[in-house]
Design a protein around this ligand. Structure first.
Ligand code: CP
Ligand code: NVA
Length: 311
């Protein structure tokens, strides 16, 4: 029996497959810009389960699927009562008998791996507490477009060592990108966690550095990247997190240290005035809108590969 392929973390794809996803993304983006919308996923159906809020992820999957000739449906928790109304196993068996792929944003990473266990069609992780691999695809597409290459580029992550940062490191290890992580004490990756996401075989060009002081971290950055200090599900830690991250704001002063050629990235949504100031978000160095738009193009590449090509 053919093994079902999933996209739950970057570990689910090898380097050749990742490059193929990027090639498809670039091709479909060029087509889209030229007004060509090839119906390569004609008749295919995508189910989207969201246990948390979303703008970009939901819209990029739904629009992308529709532009490729397929269709999609949103299944909100209040409709299907994930894990409450029936077991995850039953949901996986039933849903995958009717749709071609399942996109799942879950409160817990384990729910996604559980669903994948029982699904006979691909399950795509649309963000969990541990990772956000679809975001990482768009991030790399954006950096590649900016600099023409990924090899040896230095991306400095300022802020929480969270799900988005974890997937960024995981993809960087596969593509030879340098990462510097600048997080305050108590919010830093453990060596154990890093070893797990980097894997045994990072490619040449990859390096990771943990530099606690953000002013030191951003020197010679090609990109400065941040995210919210309080992720979805951490709302009860808001006050202590705001205190812990107060010196980790990406503002004009920090961007000046990075240099005028550095770009600014944010996965969005942003809390303007907290982790980043308006003048950085809206500056000429900011690529936040291109980065968000690339969610759709990257995921189109992913969908075409998963549904039509993956073995
Ligand atoms: N970046 C991102 O995943 O955005 P949403 O939460 O709006 O989907
Ligand atoms: N770290 C954020 C990312 C949102 C796209 C969160 O998990 O809420």
């Amino acid at each position: 029996m053919k093994k079902t392929r999933h996209f739950i973390t970057l570990a689910d794809v090898n380097i050749n497959e990742l490059n193929r996803i990027f090639a498809l993304a670039e091709e479909t983006k060029a087509n889209f810009k030229n007004g060509i919308r090839s119906k390569i996923l004609d008749g295919k159906v995508l189910a989207l389960i969201f246990e948390k809020m979303s703008l970009r992820t939901r819209v990029s999957f739904e629009s992308g699927m529709s532009q490729l000739g397929g269709s999609s449906m949103l299944l909100e928790d209040q409709h299907i009562g994930f894990g409450k109304r029936e077991s995850i196993a039953d949901i996986g068996h039933v849903l995958s008998s009717m749709v071609d792929a399942i996109v799942f944003r879950a409160k817990s990473h384990k729910s996604v791996t559980e669903l994948a266990k029982y699904s006979s069609c691909p399950v795509i992780n649309a963000l969990t507490d541990l990772s956000h691999p679809c975001q990482a695809l768009a991030d790399m597409l954006t950096i590649k477009e900016e600099f023409g290459t990924l090899k040896g580029k230095k991306v400095v992550w300022v802020g929480d060592s969270n799900n988005v940062a974890a997937s960024l490191i995981e993809i960087a290890a596969k593509l030879g990108v340098k990462i510097v992580v600048s997080s305050p004490k108590g919010y830093q990756f453990t060596q154990d966690h890093l070893n797990k996401i980097i894997g045994k075989d990072p490619v040449e060009g990859f390096a990771i550095d943990l530099v606690e002081n953000p002013q030191d971290a951003v020197r010679q950055a090609d990109a400065v990247y941040t995210d919210v200090w309080v992720s979805m599900g951490q709302e009860n830690e808001e006050e202590e997190r705001k205190r812990a991250f107060v010196n980790y704001q990406v503002n004009q002063k920090l961007m000046q240290i990075a240099g005028k050629d550095a770009i600014f990235l944010h996965c969005l949504p942003a809390r303007r005035g907290l982790e980043v100031t308006d003048d950085v978000m809206d500056s000429g160095q900011s690529r936040i809108i291109e980065q968000a738009a690339n969610r759709m193009h990257a995921q189109k590449g992913l969908l075409i590969w998963l549904l039509n090509e993956a073995k």
